[in-house]
Design a protein. Structure first.
Length: 173
């Protein structure tokens, strides 16, 4: 089933969710770059792809948000007692997923580095841009906040599955 329904998420929503989960997980390995100044396998093999994967995630989140808008009346129903918390949590996750690559682009532009993804130059190197660098300075704090939100998201999904034993997690599997 391609579209979402009141019982479960469709294949498009599931593909967006799990593909982005893997790519965001990859991106979070950037935290490992802070250990031993990146002189280890994470810093040498995964981190060099950070800008390219971030650019891909920007495209995916825009497509995912467009998809969510087309499915908003067909998505699985929420428990009325927690619906506002669920919407707020998902809203914060989507905001974080959108702001991370945007602030990442601002880091690159603000520093005058340009933007190259998967070997393709998207924006040429240039002079430093102070306002973009200023916005880009939010990238790292947002990464920590998004990591906390993701941890909470996973924790709540596991709580629903193992403690409440409802079908919340199964709707996305």
């Amino acid at each position: 089933m391609k579209n979402d329904s009141k019982e479960r998420y469709g294949s498009v929503s599931k593909t967006f969710h799990w593909l982005m989960a893997v790519l965001i997980g990859w991106q979070l390995f950037k935290f490992g770059d802070r250990i031993a100044e990146g002189e280890h396998w994470v810093g040498q093999t995964l981190v060099p792809w950070h800008v390219s994967i971030g650019t891909l995630l920007l495209v995916l989140i825009v497509l995912r948000l467009a998809w969510v808008m087309t499915q908003r009346h067909q998505r699985p129903a929420q428990d009325p007692a927690t619906a506002m918390l669920v919407k707020a949590g998902h809203g914060l996750l989507f905001a974080g997923m959108l702001l991370m690559p945007i602030t990442g682009v601002m880091v690159m532009l603000g520093g005058g580095y340009g933007l190259t993804a998967f070997g393709v130059e998207i924006l040429a190197k240039g002079e430093e841009i102070a306002w973009a660098a200023s916005l880009g300075s939010l990238h790292s704090p947002l990464a920590w906040a998004l990591a906390a939100l993701i941890t909470g998201h996973i924790g709540i999904a596991l709580f629903h599955h193992f403690i409440q034993r409802d079908d919340t997690l199964k709707r996305m599997l």
